[in-house]
Design a protein around this ligand. Structure first.
Ligand code: ADP
Ligand code: ASP
Ligand code: MG
Length: 417
């Protein structure tokens, strides 16, 4: 007997027929004698629809009311799945974030989970043999009593937090692909499924744009050492052995558990980037603070930063990236701070993309990034900015070349199947 968390994303619960398919996956594990907590997302497209309604109702809406609206999608799925399970003879009940409760910070729209009460779920596994069907993505801020949400893709994080709270043996993330691939398999058909990937690499892949897992779910998994498997919900439920210790899919695990370590493990990309260049900035102490201070105050996340060494000792250029959705706001903030910073003009581009190459092997291999620069140059792809860290490097390029760049690097590092 094992204790499992089974999480199903939006495409896997897109309609009542698919919810029935999910219920069959749950029933398989339940009938095998496992204790099961299921975490569900909103049906595909529903969260986007609700976000659209909020914008339509009031462009500058109150984030607390936004959360009230968008948390509704998960509530519907959890109720539908619980009633489908009951109809199949499986004892089940739904739980909303506020009912368990799942306590979070009050950062509405991107709240952090602070505490999950797993005790009641465990009691019900034992006393009633009951499956818990939990709404992902949502929680409650204790002091104000208001509903919160965890940011887009947040059901992954709910699942891992619940797995940690009930000391689950495994957290299975069922999605519309059968594991974590070397890059997005929808963009590169030659991408390969990984048997295992280290937490640290998965964290980089997720934070650089691979949306298969929300970044915070990987952080939580690392801290609480949760065994996370990414697997497909589209396999026929009854064909799967509920007693197998390794389900088909990708295990996110410690580095030590990976026998054959490649230099490069995966490639991520993000088109949600915008570039800002501040021209002829006065080259004197305190200028970087004058630029990035006001941006931080406006909660604008700055990513890549490139600054030239001044040629004339008087002025220099500074280039950096921000999320595309913050591009206009960032330019406004910088215009307002013109006199404190001191610069000639601001240039920018919102049609840029960041491509990131990730691998723990980079720690011990030199020249990995240099190979990429030559390969991209051969394809006529211009690099606007570069950043590197211990196990990753990223290049900023014109968005139109994203797919070509990803495919070129995928082949270069021997990742093609
Ligand atoms: P869910 O609705 O189940 O949460 P998501 O759409 O959030 O699913 O995440 C799954 C998607 O992530 C896949 O359909 C795939 O296109 C995308 N993806 C991006 N990068 C990767 C990768 N490296 N491996 C697998 N899937 C990836
Ligand atoms: N429904 C939410 C979203 O679309 C949460 C999730 O699916 O994980 O972002
Ligand atoms: Mg997701």
């Amino acid at each position: 007997m094992a204790r499992l968390v089974m999480k199903f994303g939006g495409t896997s619960v897109a309609d009542v027929e698919r919810i029935r398919n999910v219920a069959r996956h749950v029933k398989r594990e339940y009938d095998a004698g496992h204790e099961v907590a299921v975490v569900v997302s909103a049906m595909a497209g529903k969260t986007n629809e609700m976000v659209g309604w909020c914008r339509e109702a009031a462009p500058l809406h109150d984030a607390r009311e936004y959360d009230t609206v968008v948390a509704a999608g998960e509530q519907i799925t959890s109720g539908l799945l619980a009633m489908t399970l009951e109809a199949m003879g499986v004892t089940a009940r739904s739980w909303q974030g506020w009912q368990l409760p799942i306590l979070t910070s009050n950062a509405h729209g991107s709240a952090r989970i602070l505490n999950v009460n797993g005790g009641e779920l465990i009691k019900r596994f034992k006393e009633r043999n009951e499956v818990a069907v939990l709404s992902g993505f949502q929680g409650i801020h204790k002091e104000t009593g208001r509903i919160t949400t965890l940011g887009r893709g947040g059901s992954d994080t709910s699942a891992v937090a619940i797995a940690a709270a009930i000391q689950a043996d495994r957290c299975d993330i069922y999605t519309d692909v059968d594991g974590v691939y070397t890059t997005d398999p929808r963009v590169v058909p030659r991408a390969r499924r990984l048997e295992r990937i280290a937490f640290e690499e998965m964290l980089e892949l997720a934070s650089q744009g691979a949306k298969v897992l929300q970044v915070r779910s990987v952080e939580l998994g690392t801290v609480h050492n949760v065994r996370i498997f990414v697997r497909s919900s589209f396999d026929r439920p009854e064909d799967i052995d509920p007693y197998a210790s390794h389900p088909p899919g990708t295990l996110i695990c410690d580095e030590e558990e990976i026998v054959e370590q490649q230099v490069v493990t995966g490639i991520a990309f993000s088109k949600d980037e915008a570039q800002i260049s501040i021209r002829r900035v006065r080259d004197k102490p305190g200028v970087a603070a004058a630029i990035f201070g006001p941006l931080a105050d406006a909660s604008i996340n700055v990513d890549m930063i490139v600054q030239n060494v001044s040629a004339d000792g008087a002025t220099t250029d500074i280039t950096f990236t921000v999320p595309a959705s913050d591009y206009d706001r960032a330019r406004e903030v910088l215009k307002a701070a013109h006199d404190q910073i001191g610069y000639d003009r601001i240039d920018g581009a919102s049609d840029v993309a960041k491509v990131s190459v990730i691998g723990i092997g980079m720690r011990s291999h030199v020249g990995v990034a240099a190979e990429a620069f030559s390969a991209l140059a051969e394809r006529g792809i211009n690099i606007r900015a570069i950043t590197t860290s211990e196990i990753k490097f990223s290049v900023l390029i014109d968005a139109a070349y994203t797919e070509l760049a990803v495919r070129t690097l995928h082949t270069l590092y021997g990742l093609d199947k």
